[in-house]
Design a protein. Structure first.
Length: 202
């Protein structure tokens, strides 16, 4: 499902962030990338979801990254987004709307789905993730945990094969982390591939 073959990457000429990284992640597997800040966890997630090389500059990139049989560097970012869904550390970076309903619909609209299909996907997402309390809400009225749940739901609605979660529990309290845990368990049960990057300290 996800393959990295002899990947090297550096953000500048002086420092090699990734050196000769190879890994194979099968369909339905859950992989946890953990380590201290700056060790390359987020860089790996950006290689998988296409932010590298399309949006994140770097001085050097070699090797090959493939997702679902497609070489990421040769795949249009909008095509890759149909296979890989990303949830970021700061959920506010994922919202382009001011209300929750529009936030859930945004990715589906960009995918070109008809309104009836969008409504069906949103309804199923709300039911499956038990987020009825987030319907018809303004983004600015939500807590950090609620925003993270909405960000996860907006990706869940897209039904990607691969979920990439970059420090999803950062800045969440214990109750919000428990909700996130249940959401991740849901996609694992359904056979999705899950890649989680989390920072660990001493």
């Amino acid at each position: 499902m996800v393959d990295l073959e002899n990947v090297n990457f550096s953000y500048d000429e002086q420092y090699g962030t990734l050196r000769d990284i190879s890994l194979h992640i099968r369909q339905g597997e859950c992989l946890l990338l953990c380590g201290e800040s700056g060790c390359g966890k987020t860089t790996i997630t950006k290689l998988i979801n296409g932010l590298i090389p399309y949006f994140t500059p770097g001085e050097y990139l070699s090797g090959k990254v493939c997702v679902s049989g497609k070489v990421v560097a040769d795949t249009k970012i909008y095509e890759l987004a149909k296979t890989v869904g990303s949830v970021f550390q700061n959920p506010k970076s994922q919202f382009f709307n001011l209300d929750s309903d529009s936030g859930l619909a945004f990715g589906l609209e960009n995918e070109g789905l008809p309104p009836v299909k969008i409504a069906e996907r949103i309804s199923k997402t709300i039911h499956d993730l038990h987020i009825e309390s987030l319907e018809h809400r303004g983004i600015f009225s939500m807590s950090g945990g609620e925003k993270q749940s909405l960000a996860f739901a907006s990706v869940f609605a897209m039904q990607p094969k691969v979920f990439v979660l970059d420090e999803p529990s950062a800045n969440l309290d214990m109750s919000a982390i428990e909700i996130l845990r249940k959401q991740i368990a849901k996609i694992k049960q359904r056979g999705h591939t899950v890649i989680i990057a989390e920072k660990v300290t001493g």
